[in-house]
Design a protein around this ligand. Structure first.
Ligand code: AMP
Length: 177
């Protein structure tokens, strides 16, 4: 059987110039279309964190929700959605961060992370690391601790890992481009 890395490299679809010129978008929908591969991905993600005593998994809007929720269920812990501002109904805490051009803001329910919680941060893809670092700031603002970072894909040339290291040394991904 091909390794999960081989399967992912074969399956992830490159879409040039989306959402803007010069960006090579890594489209994970062909993974979702393959039920067997999706199960393999879920299992491989969960295996990486089984031994740790985590209290919750953050999934970052919106592709981080897909495998993040499954990861939380397999680990038997809470799932926490982190979203762009204005989408969550209850009281929230926010964090803004710089993008290549301009800035962005994400938020989380104020009672989602409690002091002492150990939270895994999950998204589909690690690019510059700005989004995952902003999620880590939300965990810190709530008095929680970052327990690690989980991605399907890393774009290694953008060196996002460097931005995440101050929060936790354990940054894992299934495949790197
Ligand atoms: P960053 O904050 O730069 O690490 O960007 C990460 C977020 O942007 C993730 O939620 C990704 O889904 C998305 N993203 C950034 N670059 C790409 C790309 N080349 N292909 C797919 N998604 C991307």
């Amino acid at each position: 059987m091909p390794s999960i890395q081989e399967e992912l490299i074969k399956t992830i679809r490159d879409v040039p110039d989306f959402p803007k010129p010069g960006i090579l978008f890594k489209d994970i929908t062909p993974i979702l279309a393959d039920a067997k591969l999706s199960v393999r991905v879920s299992e491989a993600l969960a295996e990486q964190w089984e031994a740790l005593q985590l209290t919750s998994v953050i999934g970052i809007e919106s592709r981080g929700f897909i495998f993040g929720m499954q990861l939380a269920q397999t680990l038997g812990v809470a799932f926490i959605p982190v979203r762009k501002v204005g989408k969550l109904p209850y009281k929230t805490i926010k964090h803004s961060y710089d993008l290549e051009y301009g800035s962005a803001e994400i938020e989380m329910h104020m009672d989602a992370v409690k002091p002492g919680d150990k939270v895994l941060i999950h998204d589909d893809l690690l690019a510059t690391g700005g989004t995952a670092a902003a999620a880590a700031e939300l965990v810190k603002k709530s008095g929680g601790e970052v327990g690690g970072f989980s991605f399907l894909i890393e774009l290694a040339f953008l060196k996002g890992i460097e931005k995440l290291k101050p929060y936790h040394h354990d940054v894992r991904r299934l495949v790197s481009f």
